[in-house]
Ligand binder design. Structure first.
Ligand code: T4K
Length: 404
């Protein structure tokens, strides 16, 4: 039932709106019968990993969707980023946004590459080519753009900066599988792009990642690097690691890809419902999804403005008390996480847009586990709270716990 009075809210003593937590990243399930039959096939075949048939099929499907010549499936998106930046010989300093998940920077730092944080564009919240250009020095070894929440970043502007400076460029497309940008499937921009198929992504493989590219030579190098550098059974010709995807992960990945239309339908429905409801709440707005591109609608992101009368963190605290686990993706900005905070204590000075956005962004639960009624209830809670900010703030202060 939608709360219509303050005393129906949990912080005032009412029952939480949801008896079970609603997550931002609750995994979507595809056809479980199909998944189980694939698992049986794996067991019958006694072929569990090392470029098995399901991994090969998964790579083929991902390459088709991304419209690329090559796909190298990996154990996760972070290792995919590590592999591709290394295969492209990125070194020294690499320019990245700080408004991203920490893995974008960690994949570089892990290899002794210094991530240099550039600010994002005010409107798109993705890497701003002008800010990137300002940070280029003789030490710069590459650029990593991020298609934040599935929204393609300024690929043309960033490619131009990369070309004029002779730098390799890749895109972290962890959020953007199944999305297009400027009418072209995300996957074929830059030297290569990286997807994540983590359980919390719209299409997932429990854990998983992939590098897509049209560069055959790069793909061959990546295949060596992800399998200890083996070229044939006893012949190691390169330093490598173990970045392989296993068959059971590919089984889930293929099953998940088959469920794409259903998953996107639900995501689109939830996004539109949130968008329409929150439009009427002063100070809250849902970042619009493109209507003229393929889009996975996986993240519903609300921006919290001053007119709400409560800070973003107070709203999240309030929602948590109702069992709605909204998230601060991506607070506080990677530059304020270790080791970057200590290594680059002044980084925030060139990141005003990142700093502002990381205080205002709130990811709302969606996906197959979130019904239309649940979206209505969450929206009603937000409307009620916005209409009574002072009383809610005082009560939250009294509750004083459950900080996000
Ligand atoms: N680049 C970018 C831009 C990324 O966003 C990511 C990952 C990467 C690179 C690296 O890709 P991977 O190496 O992960 O493939 C989550 C995910 O762990 C992470 O994959 C994702 N981005 C990031 C945006 O979100 P957390 O710390 O928020 O995860 P966690 O454990 O809090 O889960 C989120 C919510 O989902 C929770 O409320 C619980 C729920 N959940 C989670 C899992 C794992 C479930 O209900 N079931 C589950 O199995 O990072």
């Amino acid at each position: 039932m939608e709360p219509d009075r303050l005393d129906s809210l949990a912080i005032f003593g009412g029952a939480p709106a949801f008896s079970e937590p609603l997550h931002v990243g609750r995994p979507n399930l595809g056809d479980l019968e199909r998944f189980r039959s694939r698992v049986d096939e794996i067991l019958d075949r006694y072929w569990f990993t090392n470029n098995g048939p399901l991994v090969q099929e998964f790579e083929q499907r991902v390459a088709e969707i991304a419209n690329t010549e090559e796909c190298v499936a990996t154990c996760n998106g972070t290792v995919a980023l590590e592999l591709v930046t290394r295969a492209l010989d990125m070194s020294g300093e690499v320019i990245v946004p700080a408004f991203t998940f920490v893995a974008t920077a960690h994949a570089l730092q892990w290899q002794g590459i210094r991530p240099v944080f550039a600010d994002v564009d005010e409107k798109s919240l993705t890497l701003d080519p002008k800010r990137v250009e300002e940070l280029i020095t003789p030490q710069t070894g590459g650029i990593v753009g991020v298609h934040l929440w599935g929204h393609g970043c300024d690929t043309a502007g960033l490619q131009d900066v990369a070309d004029r400076n002779g730098l390799p460029i890749i895109f972290d497309a962890a959020h953007a599988f199944g999305c297009s940008h400027e009418g072209r499937p995300i996957g074929s921009f830059g030297n290569a792009e990286v997807f994540s198929f983590h359980a919390t992504k719209s299409i997932h493989a429990f854990e998983g990642g992939a590098i897509v590219t049209d560069d055959h030579e790069l793909a061959a190098k990546l295949r060596l690097m992800q399998n200890f550098g083996f070229h044939g059974s006893d012949n190691v010709i390169y330093v490598g690691t173990n970045g392989k995807m296993s068959e059971i992960h590919a089984a889930m990945g293929l099953t998940s890809i088959e469920a794409t239309p259903d998953i996107i339908d639900v995501n689109r429905r939830n996004y539109r419902r949130y968008f329409e409801a929150l439009e009427h709440i002063d100070g809250l707005s849902v970042i619009p999804h493109p209507e003229d591109e393929a889009f996975n609608h996986h993240y519903v992101i609300a921006l919290v403005g001053n007119e709400v009368g409560l800070r973003r963190d107070e709203l999240i605290q309030l929602l948590r008390s109702e069992n709605v686990l909204a998230r601060r993706y991506f607070y506080p900005g990677v530059h304020r996480m270790e080791p970057y905070r200590s290594l680059q204590p002044m980084a925030h000075l060139v990141l005003p847009v990142t700093e502002d956005a990381s205080e205002r962004v709130m990811a709302l639960p969606t996906g197959q586990a979130v019904s239309e009624d649940a979206v209505d209830t969450i929206s009603a809670i937000l409307a009620l709270v916005q209409a009574n900010p002072d009383a809610v703030r005082e009560q939250l202060a009294r509750a004083g716990k459950d900080q996000p």
